[in-house]
Design a protein around this ligand. Structure first.
Ligand code: CDP
Length: 231
């Protein structure tokens, strides 16, 4: 089974995906990490994320992987541990800029499609991002599109950043979220949008457990349907 989770910044895609992955013992790919890694590679090389050639070659040559270190997974670019750098606001903005470049999306597509295909046959796989239900896995058995009011998303992101020990000013974070959403929704290649067959969940007034319970109900229904047609 493939579960696609799409939605704008700070909506809780990662939180839901991780809970579902643990609950159902499924594999999980946070596709935003790939775009963040490309954005960070460009910034680390002192280049401009809007530079199409620089961003495309960073995506094509992305030497990026996760390695288990001391019991947790760490992200590496060319042997440098970049785990803590990936989730910063600057890298999020750079990711949003590079992700609007078609050559960058093309370079990262195969990896995502392959990851979904190889993990879907075992216990199942969850991918979260912006175009999973529309472009990467249009055949996913379950598709969620999460949304929430920008103010709520900014509050959640501020909390996440502060918990990670970073400074975060609510107004700045809100402005960046609105800016990033606007770019993600209006780009020509694979814009952020709900697939026609996605289940829409507005998480503005829902706690994590409520969202998780609603999502589980949908997954259970799909599993029951799949079991029935297999028997
Ligand atoms: O965690 P958050 O929602 O803030 O962002 P993310 O999922 O880490 O993604 C960072 C940026 O990468 C987004 O703003 C998008 O511009 C881009 N992205 C994309 O274009 N397509 C994806 N499948 C995932 C992320």
């Amino acid at each position: 089974m493939i579960i696609a989770i799409d939605g704008p910044a700070g909506v809780g895609k990662g939180t839901l995906a991780k809970k579902l992955a643990t609950h159902y013992s499924m594999s999980y790919l946070d596709t935003g990490t790939l775009y963040r890694a490309v954005g960070l590679s460009v910034l680390m090389a002192g280049q401009n994320p809007a530079d199409t050639t620089a961003a495309a070659s960073a995506a094509q040559g992305l030497d990026f992987n996760f390695k288990p270190v001391d019991g947790s997974f760490r992200a590496f670019i060319a042997d440098q541990d970049v785990t803590t750098k990936l989730r910063t606001q600057d890298v999020g903005q750079a990711a949003s800029v590079v992700s609007a470049i078609p050559a960058v999306r093309a370079a990262l597509k195969d990896f995502q499609v392959h990851f979904a295909a190889t993990h879907s046959t075992a216990r199942g796989v969850i991918l979260d991002g912006r175009d999973i239900g529309t472009v990467i896995c249009p055949h996913a058995e379950v598709k969620f599109f999460l949304d929430a009011r920008p103010e709520i998303r900014a509050q959640r992101r501020v909390k996440e950043l502060r918990e990670a020990g970073r400074e975060a000013v609510y107004e700045t974070v809100l402005a960046e979220i609105i800016d990033r959403d606007d770019r993600d929704r209006n780009r020509s290649d694979a814009p952020l949008k709900a697939a026609d067959d996605a289940i829409l969940l507005d998480t503005s007034d829902l706690g994590i457990d409520d969202v998780f319970a609603k999502a589980c109900a949908v997954v259970e229904k799909q599993r029951a349907r799949a079991n029935k047609s297999a028997s």
